[in-house]
Design a protein around this ligand. Structure first.
Ligand code: PLP
Length: 656
């Protein structure tokens, strides 16, 4: 576990058992645990194959409780008279099951939603109608239709707040409000000068895409006052960018925003809410450092700084403390999704290819070698090169200078062969023989040195590093982890079994797309430095699947993922902790009569384990579905191939 820094980024949800299996404990330390490997095996027995996205909604619930708890602690500590209410930014992950479970579990503390487009708004309206009074923060580009929907949401009992991000939006909301006869609740998004420097820092600062600058805010307040609607302005919002890694930036932003808030109150607005946006980060590499893949503050530090800044200004300016809203997405939902995929192959080593083709670098006799080289030599140059190289091979003596000279000559002949090949004077067969002779010479040097107890030339010293290899994995990074390609984000990748065995291969991962960017060659570094270029993995067993998982992928990856190379969405499986502990072996057997995968059994059509149930499975896209997105129709394609096959049978090029 330490090798992958698992305690750093995974605690308390992910850990390793003594038998080398990676387990998930979705409700935190106290709750039941499930082995990922056993879970995936059970799903496979039901025909659900990897890659599969596992969702643990209990993890989101636990993160929400933590966020609420941290703010409550801060409120108590600073004797803040207002309260905290979170909203989940739908853009982070609009999955229906996820959003409904966020609303269900957040109901007790009035947890709402943040939306940034008409589609998100319609979805949130339909879900929030069940929770009267819940906050719906409406950001993004807004036209008249958007404003109508927001005001209609208010008529449904939702506390919908229009956040004005561009000055022109004021005229639109005023017109729609007059037309519908509904008074809006308005917010202002401020363009703070405080800027952060991480991946998503361009969201902040004077040049940010969204938000109003101080003089626009002043004009807007004046205009609202002219229309007798200043009492509609109730919220101040800012968002300085996602994954803020340094708490200093949060402190600075809060100072700027809290004074802005106080000024708005003094200008006559009926301010009730301060919405501090997103930005609360997570520790991707588990190093708790200033690295862009980590963060150097806790959720509690964050809550303390937000509440303390607001409290200070409220006391100083004698104003009513507002309800604090945060739009944390990454911090709440990243941990809940785990992408499990398998290693499908590893390119064969040259020695394996040689063996399959019957090629050997050991020759039965000098005569056999001479014959082999003569057969391969197709030109005068080739013949000369091979025969001279053969003399080097045969002339190796058991002394240090001969070994080193033989190695240098071998390197020279190999380079010379490449030059001759590029000039077109060496055939491919001749070059292949040079390659074989090179390996044979190196092998002989090793054998002679070992027999005579001589030191080896430096280049032939045994490599103490684990050997490196590229493992092909059943995954499209463009579909399942686009940030790794787009912004060099690193996610923890760990085998989900065999963690009691020493990994001996330093691997990079190549995905199934035919795009050379479709690879993972940056992995979390344990020292918080630059990402590591290789991942320690195990040797593959010829008959045993090797399963890996990518963690912390619960936000942005699914929505940003694309069907590059026509790889569709993977299966997604929701696994929930059940309220009571249940034993899989108590009189329950799978259809085969044995507990499935050593952990889960089928009961009433559902897979259940001790303390768990697989409560929802969303099947991945079929090839036909992916093709239809590009307007290719399965039936047309079938007909075209069938007609072509019939013609091929008719003209004899295809057997009937
Ligand atoms: N709010 C707004 C306006 C955003 O643009 C974003 C995303 O960048 C968020 C909230 C979510 O931020 P995070 O995922 O850092 O919590």
């Amino acid at each position: 576990a330490k090798l992958y820094n698992l305690p750093g980024w995974g605690t308390p949800y992910f850990s390793v058992k003594q038998d080398g299996q990676l387990v998930v404990t979705p409700q935190g330390e106290e709750g039941p645990s499930i082995s990922l490997h056993a879970l995936v095996q059970s799903l496979q027995q039901k025909g659900l194959h990897t890659p599969v996205l596992l969702r643990f909604p209990d993890i989101v619930a636990d993160r929400m409780e933590q966020l609420q708890g941290c703010f409550q602690t801060a409120v108590n500590r600073f004797e803040y008279q207002g309260k905290f209410q979170g909203v989940f930014p739908v853009k982070c992950n609009p999955d229906r099951e996820l959003i409904t479970s966020i609303l269900q579990c957040g109901q007790k503390f009035g947890f709402g939603l943040e939306v940034g487009s008409k589609a998100e708004l319609l979805m949130a309206m339909s879900l929030l109608a069940k929770y009267p009074g819940t906050n719906m923060i409406c950001n993004g580009y807004k036209d008249a239709e958007y404003m109508e929907l927001v005001l209609q949401s208010r008529q449904l009992g939702i506390n919908a707040v229009v956040v004005l991000e561009q000055y022109q939006e004021l005229d639109i909301v005023l017109e729609v409000s007059r037309r519908l006869g509904v008074r809006p609740v308005l917010g202002i998004r401020a363009k703070l000068t405080t800027k952060h420097s991480g991946h998503w820092g361009s969201t902040s600062g004077d040049r940010a895409k969204f938000g109003l600058r101080p003089r626009e805010i002043v004009n807007l307040v004046d205009e609202l006052a002219c229309h007798g609607m200043l009492d509609c302005l109730k919220l101040l919002h800012f968002h300085i960018g996602s994954q803020v890694t340094n708490i200093r930036i949060i402190k600075e932003a809060m100072r700027e925003a809290s004074f802005l808030f106080a000024e708005l109150v003094l200008m006559g607005a009926d301010m009730k809410f301060v919405d501090v946006g997103g930005g609360l980060g997570i520790d991707y590499d588990g190093t708790f450092s200033d690295s862009v893949h980590s963060l150097s503050y806790t959720m509690q530090n964050y809550a303390n700084d937000v509440v303390a800044a607001m409290q200070e200004v409220c006391i100083q300016r004698a104003i009513e403390p507002p309800t604090i809203i945060s739009e944390s997405g990454r911090a709440l939902a990243s941990h809940h999704a785990v992408m499990v995929f398998d290693v499908v192959s590893r390119p064969a080593a040259v020695s394996e290819v040689d063996e399959a083709a019957g090629v050997s670098v050991e020759f039965s006799s000098a005569k056999a070698l001479t014959q082999q080289l003569r057969r391969a030599a197709k030109s005068g140059k080739g013949h000369f090169l091979l025969m001279t190289f053969k003399e080097v091979y045969e002339g190796i003596e058991p002394d240090v200078s001969s070994l080193s000279e033989a190695y240098n000559d071998a390197v020279y002949f190999k380079e010379e062969a490449l030059r001759a090949f590029k000039l077109g004077v060496l055939s491919l067969e001749e070059r292949a023989q040079v390659d074989i002779l090179f390996d044979a010479t190196c092998q002989r040097i090793l054998d002679v040195a070992a027999a005579a107890l001589l030191p080896l030339p430096e280049a032939l010293q045994p490599d103490t590093r684990p050997h490196s290899a590229t493992y092909h994995v059943n995954l499209s990074i463009f579909r399942s982890a686009p940030d790794t390609w787009a912004i060099n984000q690193v996610f923890p990748v760990v085998p989900i079994h065999r963690l009691d065995e020493e990994p001996t291969v330093a691997a990079t991962l190549a995905d199934l797309t035919c795009d050379s960017d479709g690879k993972l060659d940056k992995f979390i570094a344990r020292d918080g430095e630059d990402p590591a270029p290789v991942l320690p993995l195990h040797e593959l067993h010829p008959t045993q699947p090797y399963l890996l998982a990518m963690f912390l992928t619960g936000v942005y990856q699914e929505v940003m993922g694309s069907a590059h190379n026509m790889f569709g969405a993977t299966h997604a499986v929701h696994v929930r902790a059940t309220p009571k502990k249940r034993s899989p072996t108590e009189g329950r057997k799978s259809q085969s009569g044995e507990p499935a995968g050593g952990g889960l059994v089928e009961e009433g059509g559902q897979l259940c384990g001790e303390g768990f149930v697989v409560d929802h499975i969303v099947a991945g896209e079929t090839i036909e579905e992916v093709l239809s997105r590009a307007q290719h129709q399965g039936s047309h394609m079938y007909r075209a191939i069938r007609n072509a096959a019939a013609s091929a049978v008719m003209d004899g090029s295809l057997g009937a």
